[in-house]
Design a protein around this ligand. Structure first.
Ligand code: GLY
Ligand code: MN
Ligand code: MN
Length: 445
């Protein structure tokens, strides 16, 4: 495995750390029910620095340590367990494949880590995120303290690692952007597939199956999050993941689903008519959301700030709500009072990366953060019209969201998810196009 780019990330982190030791664990395996476990997914911080995919692992970074600065603790080789669960990398593999300077069985962590903390000023550790390890870290610190009479100095501070590491993760490197492009391309393909497959009378989960098939078929390891496939009134439930209802002729279906690829998430939402043709009111509402989304994306460029896409989307959505008669009054007042929130109750995006809601501060010194080349974010305005006596019934139970993944470039932005059809014409055209006969007959069989 080429670990040059990982080496660079670790160097960057250690340069900022100075005289400290960083302790970075991976995630824990979670039980789903008796003898069944959720598929393991490494902790994003740990993976960013190591690419090590196995559970029960811990990285320690010790800048300027002559014997080695990157230490990896992992599961030892165990022929009997490997017979059941498959091969383990083991410490030797951790050095050879993942570029660890030193590697040990995880069972040796308590013996080795206290010595690494001696005469260092700080421990960098994300307290409160890894149950069990918090207490062990304090235990390691106390062990160093107990050697004070031998002239050993113990670290005087425990510093939250999140802040410095997450600032690094916020600006994506070329190899990360490549994976994000691929994750978005796979996800856009899955949205196309779902559009082509959609027919009145299908269940929401059948569209979910189309998405998951395409993700896996294209090499994605996991969905980046639980897919949302909601038809009719379910389009208005923001976190709907039940996906059990029947899709009805004349309704819209909202799909928020995307793949993860080698740890990197895409995050795409499309909304389309179950029968392949937008009705009049659906069209009117859709055009408002689309205009808001395109205008919001237009504001994504270096020098603008994080909140510009949101401000832009809110203005266009509110103008649209007024022109459709869903809100009444001057647009400025409706924005200032937050009246638009009845129909648009979430924000316009978030950072995207190893985590679908990725890390990085949105404000710096109390001000919205300036956008910089290499940042990746979503732009995802929507409108959600519930039933209500004061609401035009033509729009009842209509939820629309359009979400794309955007890379900030030197000169503006790149839409990573551009292959997912978005205009009314494009969606209707894709939905008219036939799937291969083989798939059609398999479905009907
Ligand atoms: N799919 C999660 C989100 O859009 O934020
Ligand atoms: Mn999102
Ligand atoms: Mn989403």
């Amino acid at each position: 495995m080429d670990t040059k780019h990982l080496h660079k990330r670790r160097e960057e982190l250690m340069r900022i750390m100075g005289d400290g030791v960083a302790i970075v664990p991976t995630a824990q395996v979670c039980a789903r029910n008796r003898d069944v476990y959720f598929p393991f997914r490494a902790d994003s911080d740990f993976y960013y620095l190591t690419a090590f995919p196995e559970p029960e692992a811990l990285a320690v970074f010790v800048p300027e340590r002559t014997e080695g600065q990157f230490l990896l603790f992992c599961r030892d080789k165990d022929p009997e367990r490997e017979l059941w669960d498959g091969p383990r990398t083991g410490p030797e593999g951790a050095r050879a494949i993942y570029g660890a300077d030193e590697a040990y069985p995880i069972s040796m962590a308590d013996r080795i880590i206290p010595a690494l903390l001696e005469n260092r000023r700080k421990i960098f550790y994300s307290m409160g995120r890894h149950t069990g390890l918090d207490a062990r870290t304090i235990g390691w610190l106390n062990e160093v303290r107990s050697h004070a009479r031998a002239g050993v100095a113990a670290p005087a501070q425990i510093v939250d690692l999140d802040h410095i590491l997450h600032e690094l993760r916020l600006i994506k490197h070329p190899e990360e952007i490549k994976l994000m492009r691929q994750a978005a391309r796979i996800s856009a393909g899955a949205h196309r597939r779902a559009m082509r497959a959609c027919r009145p009378g299908m269940h929401e989960y059948e569209l979910e199956a189309e998405l998951l098939y395409e993700f896996k078929k294209q090499g994605s390891e996991f969905p980046a999050y639980s897919p949302i496939v909601g038809g009719g009134r379910n389009t208005c439930i923001l976190h709907y993941i039940e996906n059990r209802a029947v899709l009805k002729d004349g309704d819209l279906v909202l799909i928020d689903a995307a793949a993860e690829l080698d740890g990197y998430a895409a995050d795409i939402t499309r909304t389309f008519p179950v029968n392949g043709r937008f009705s009049g009111p659906q069209r009117e509402l859709y055009e408002v959301v689309l205009a808001a989304q395109c205008a919001a994306i237009d504001t994504v460029r270096p020098g603008n700030h994080w909140n510009d896409p949101h401000d832009r989307a809110v203005r266009i959505l509110t103008e649209g709500l007024v022109s459709l008669g869903l809100l009444k009054g001057p647009v400025e007042d409706l924005i200032a009072s937050g009246a638009y929130r009845r129909f648009y109750m979430h924000r316009t995006g978030h950072w995207l990366g190893l985590d679908v809601h990725d890390v990085g501060d949105y404000k710096v010194d109390g001000n919205w953060r300036m956008l910089e080349a290499g940042m990746t974010l979503t732009v995802e305005p929507g409108l959600y019209v519930h039933e209500g006596e004061d609401v035009d019934p033509r729009f009842w139970n209509t939820g629309i969201r359009i979400e794309d993944d955007i890379l900030v470039t030197q000169s503006g932005c790149e839409i990573l998810s551009a292959n997912a059809p978005k205009t009314i014409d494009d969606i209707e055209q894709v939905m008219r196009s036939h799937r291969p006969a083989r798939e059609c007959s398999a479905r009907r069989a």
